[in-house]
Design a protein around this ligand. Structure first.
Ligand SMILES: N[C@@H](CCC(=O)N[C@@H](CS)C(=O)NCC(=O)O)C(=O)O
Length: 211
């Protein structure tokens, strides 16, 4: 099994789940702006030219949330790292995944990324940046509500949904956004997990542009 991609929050999600499951795999730590994702070998795996990408015995899967879920479904169905399919807990897990990807990642944090760090590629857009910061603060209250009186997002234990949320909370903090206390405490607990620490060490051993 190969897991392509390193250096970013989204690639960390996939490595983190692989480490939770103690999988034996080959990390291909290409960064997003190293030119590696434009190479022919990579484009045959993912024409979107984006990481992460999982290759499991010829089966190719893109999208961080899909990889996190597939790994746990396939290699840890009894671990509780994803709720069993066709259950209400699984429906709630899906709800959290969609929320994190859309409300915290695509609509808000990625806007900051594009128009601050990557402004040389996407242009400056101060009004969009301001709205994205406000949008993140508003949307993250949904997670803060849940974590006020629960240790995890879904049911009683740690799942892939916690991987997805934690990745956006650390990303938000790196953008200088202050989090409510419940989310700060939660982030501290999640990033203290052994699998997070080992996955982050691996993932961030490279930089996005290969420097
Ligand atoms: N929705 C995708 C987003 C993947 C994505 O945008 N990856 C970035 C790195 S975080 C990338 O590969 N960017 C390269 C590029 O845009 O050229 C996921 O969650 O996996």
């Amino acid at each position: 099994m190969q897991l392509w991609g390193g250096a970013t929050t989204r690639t960390l999600r996939a490595h983190w789940m692989a480490h939770e499951l103690a999988l034996d795999y080959e990390p291909k730590l290409v960064g997003p702006r190293t030119g590696e994702t434009q190479r022919a070998e990579f484009r045959t795996l993912n024409v979107k030219e984006k990481v992460p990408v999982l290759v499991d015995d010829g089966f190719v899967l893109t999208e961080s949330a899909a990889i996190v879920t597939y790994l746990a479904d396939t290699y840890g169905p009894e671990t509780g790292l994803v709720p069993q399919p066709r259950t209400r807990l699984r429906a709630q897990y899906n709800e959290w995944l969609s929320y994190v990807q859309m409300e915290l990642d695509a609509h808000t944090l990625y806007i900051l990324r594009k128009h601050i760090d990557l402004a040389h590629l996407y242009g400056k857009a101060p009004a969009a940046v301001e709205a994205a910061i406000e949008g993140f603060k508003k949307q993250v209250a949904f997670a803060a509500n849940r974590l006020q009186d629960h240790a995890h997002l879904v049911g009683d234990g740690f799942t892939g949904a916690d991987i997805m949320l934690t990745s956006c909370l650390t990303w938000g903090r790196a953008c200088g956004i202050e989090l409510p206390q419940a989310l700060d405490d939660y982030t501290r607990r999640m990033t203290g997990r052994a699998a997070y620490i080992s996955a982050a060490k691996l993932n961030f051993s490279v930089t996005p542009d290969g420097s």
